[in-house]
Design a protein around this ligand. Structure first.
Ligand code: NAD
Length: 489
């Protein structure tokens, strides 16, 4: 483990390269505070170089001009590269952002590889259209790659968030410039090397690590980027749309924050399952999931029974060393995020919520950043911890009296990413699911997930959808070609 070394240089035009001005920043592990490596602190000049490489690759059609069956084979090889390097990628992800290595391996690597493979397989299976026009003409409706796609991702699922964007973008024939989060840049850089090894030509997939204002903004503002695909906070997402409008009106797609309501009715078909899902999902990935069910609404008549069961599960989520296989909750990504989580916990206390579990920072590994799994009861919808995204292992428990009351409470939030409803009454399940303003609604479970379904939000949870064939809409232009037919018949 100690002989693991990382290369933090950017990846432009098929080569590892330092930032033009030689600047770097330190990549520190939240697991134990160790320095992992110095990472290229890319700025405008590096973004320009990466975009120029991506543009050149797009113009000479070295990738988009490849036969679809061949592009498919290369994408599938790319996915296989991830699996071949799964242990290394999982360990890197864990050291870089703190998640338990067992999940980095079983969830992050597998899911990123599956995503790349799935879009690869789609390349030669998606057909274009012919419009039902009069016989005097033929109207073709075809899809073309948009060109150069800028991708900006967060740190919570670094490989998966990158894969959800680069896979459909590359499969559609685009060139990509990816800016990973400054908090977790290492696996993205390895993905670019693995893509090259799989046969994705130089210049087609570039990675430029750096800070948001220094590397992200120049990418979002770039006049030669045709599309910007962003995942991150709603605050920065709004700026991305402004930057797209301020520059060349590039297509802007944003996957943003969430404060997902999880609604448990008294006629829930399996209370134990509902408790396990509520607790397991909020504490998974240290609560650093955009779709974490962070607002738990329990019908008043079963709330005490529900919470008694929930509290029994909390000890198994105590944070531990993420490098140990038994650990289910790891480290918080950095000091800033840890402080944010602790500030929200303090605000819960101050605003009168009842702390049932956790609430403190702990240090199961010396020098690391960890916080206890935390549950607040007696939360009302006006409290800060019910309104704002915490992005940490903090569950806010609220109660309700009937379906109309809970739908109103659940929808009174700026976000609309996910929601869940637990009931054995099919009419109630359907009615509530329809009334909830969210991109995904779960019924009697929370964990189902598949690359075949769209993922994204209503309201301020963003614009556009990742995953599924719908994602191709973001990375392709639709073209109509009219062909006159002077038929002799
Ligand atoms: P963030 O918005 O702070 O940063 C996201 C990315 O944007 C990073 O790469 C960052 O460097 C970059 N960035 C920051 N300022 C920028 C600027 N001015 N111009 C261009 N780029 C800039 O978010 P974060 O803290 O990294 O991630 C957490 C957020 O991501 C949460 O709100 C979470 O809900 C959201 N998220 C959403 C989804 C989804 O699919 N909806 C998935 C994962 C995470």
């Amino acid at each position: 483990m100690t002989d693991l070394s990382f290369d933090g240089r950017a990846f432009i035009n098929g080569e590892r390269i330092a930032a033009r001005d030689g600047q770097t920043f330190d990549c520190i592990s939240p697991v134990d505070g160790r320095l992992l490596t110095a990472v290229a602190r890319c700025g405008e000049a590096d973004i320009d170089a990466a975009v120029a490489a991506a543009r050149a690759a797009f113009e000479d059609r070295r990738w988009s001009g490849m036969a679809p069956a061949q592009r498919k084979r290369v994408m599938i090889k790319f996915a296989e590269q991830l699996i071949a390097h799964a242990d290394e990628l999982a360990l890197t992800e864990t050291l870089d952002m703190g998640k338990p290595v067992k999940y980095a391996r079983s969830v992050d690597v597998n899911s990123a590889a599956n995503c790349i493979r799935w879009y690869g397989e789609a390349v030669d299976k998606v057909y274009d259209e012919i419009a039902p026009t009069p016989s005097t003409a033929l109207a073709l409706i075809t899809r073309e790659p948009v060109g150069v796609v800028g991708v900006i991702v967060p740190w919570n699922y670094p490989m998966i968030m990158a894969a959800w964007k680069i896979a459909p973008a590359l499969a559609a024939g685009n060139s990509v410039v990816l800016k990973p989060s400054e908090k977790s840049p290492l696996t993205a850089l390895r993905l670019a090397e693995l893509a090259l090894a799989a046969g994705i030509p130089p210049g087609v997939f570039n990675v430029v690590p750096g800070y948001g204002a220094e590397a992200g903004s120049p990418l979002a503002l770039h006049m030669d980027v045709d599309c910007i695909a962003f995942t991150g906070s709603t605050r920065v997402g709004k700026q991305i749309h402004v930057m797209a409008g301020q520059s060349n009106l590039k297509r802007a797609w944003t996957e943003l924050g969430g404060k997902s309501p999880n609604i448990v009715f008294a006629d829930c078909p399996d209370l134990d399952k509902a408790v396990e899902a509520a607790v397991g999902s909020i504490f998974f990935n240290q609560g650093e999931s955009c779709n974490a069910p962070s607002r738990l609404f329990v019908e008043a008549s079963i709330k005490d029974a529900f919470l008694e069961k929930a509290l029994k599960l909390v000890p198994q989520y105590q944070p531990g060393n993420p490098l140990e296989k038994s650990t289910v909750m790891g480290a918080i990504v950095d000091r800033t995020q840890l402080d944010t989580v602790l500030r929200y916990i303090e605000s819960g206390r101050q605003e009168g919520a009842k702390l049932l579990a956790g609430g403190e920072a702990v240090e199961p590994v010396k020098g690391g950043l960890y916080v206890q799994p935390t549950i607040f009861d007696g939360v009302t919808n006006t409290m800060t911890i019910a309104r704002e995204e915490i992005f940490g292992p903090v569950l806010s428990v609220l109660s309700f009296t009937d379906a109309a009351d809970v739908v109103k409470q659940a929808n009174s939030n700026i976000y609309g990413l996910q929601a869940a409803v637990w009931t054995r009454d099919i009419n109630k399940a359907h009615g509530v699911a329809r009334a909830l303003r969210a991109g995904t609604v779960h019924v009697n479970q929370y964990d189902e997930d598949d690359i075949t379904v769209p993922f994204g939000g209503f309201k301020q949870s963003g614009v556009g959808r990742d995953k599924s064939l719908h994602a191709f809409d973001k990375y392709t232009e639709t073209k109509t070609t009219w062909i006159r037919i002077d038929s002799p018949l």
